[in-house]
Design a protein around this ligand. Structure first.
Ligand code: ADP
Ligand code: ADP
Length: 237
């Protein structure tokens, strides 16, 4: 489902973010990428959604090259990819429901989106997504009134409303306390199991990776230094 071939990313200032990465991730996997700060985790995730261009190699999503894709092709591929960030990236002054409806934007024309004219079906989809992360009772509350853990669950609901087939989560729990961390990771895992959404999560801590991953990829200085099942991962992958 996701195929990286000889992928390298050198930033304009000469820093090598990724060096010759080869990876193949199948549908439904729950992969955790671990590594110290600066190892390239974020660069890898951002490359998979082409939030930036890679400098070498190719990335294919569902058989289609995201590296070569034109504007319209890129929009179509991206509809299948939901992003989750450490900082939640919600529209703070908007309601929870509106934030989740933003996941539907890719399905409508720009004009409809600008006017906020979403069909009723979209509201149903948004509520179903909110229910899946147990936060439907907050639908009409402003996003910035919620706790960090609740905001991250709204971000997960937005990805569900998007009907993404892949979730890329970049340090989704880095700003959350241990209890909330567990809730958010549990949600991601449950969604992966119930809906079969391919999930790739960047994490700082190997213990957390062990608890949730089916496969761990260890990065160091932009290179894959470990790739295997949890049972084979040592503390210094
Ligand atoms: P993290 O460790 O969570 O990946 P960073 O603090 O390294 O976050 O990066 C925060 C932001 O700064 C990101 O947008 C990243 O692309 C950018 N950044 C990181 N390192 C550099 C650098 N050496 N030069 C320019 N921008 C950088
Ligand atoms: P991680 O997510 O594992 O903390 P990153 O992918 O953020 O690592 O960073 C990998 C390397 O790329 C680091 O050396 C970082 O400083 C560098 N880097 C990240 N973003 C930028 C940027 N925008 N410009 C230059 N260097 C960057």
């Amino acid at each position: 489902m996701i195929e990286l071939t000889n992928v390298s990313k050198t930033y304009p200032n000469g820093t090598k973010g990724l060096n010759q990465i080869n990876l193949s991730i199948s549908q439904g996997e729950f992969v955790v990428i671990v590594g110290l700060s600066g190892a390239g985790k974020s660069t890898l995730l951002r490359s998979m959604n082409r939030l930036h261009d890679i400098t070498e190699g190719d990335i294919r999503i569902g058989g289609k090259s995201i590296t070569q894709a034109s504007g319209q092709q890129l929009r179509t591929i991206r509809r299948d990819i939901g992003m989750i960030f450490q900082s939640f990236n919600l529209v703070k002054r908007s309601t929870v429901l509106r934030n989740v409806m933003a996941g539907r934007v890719g399905y409508h024309s720009t004009l409809r989106t600008l006017l906020g004219l979403f069909p009723k079906e979209d509201t149903d989809i948004a509520f179903e997504a909110l229910r899946r992360v147990n936060i439907a009772d907050k639908a009409y509350i402003r996003a910035d009134q919620l706790s960090g853990g609740q905001q991250q669950r709204v971000a997960i609901a937005r990805v569900l409303a998007q009907e993404a087939k892949i979730i890329l989560a970049d340090e989704p729990v880095a700003s959350l306390d241990p209890l909330t961390t567990k809730q958010v990771m549990d949600d991601l895992k449950r969604i992966n199991q119930e809906l079969g959404i391919t999930t790739i999560v960047n994490l700082h801590f190997i213990d957390l990776a062990r608890a949730y991953a089916t496969r761990i990829i260890g990065l160091r200085a932009g290179e894959v230094v470990f790739d295997g099942p949890v049972s084979e991962a040592t503390d210094n992958v």
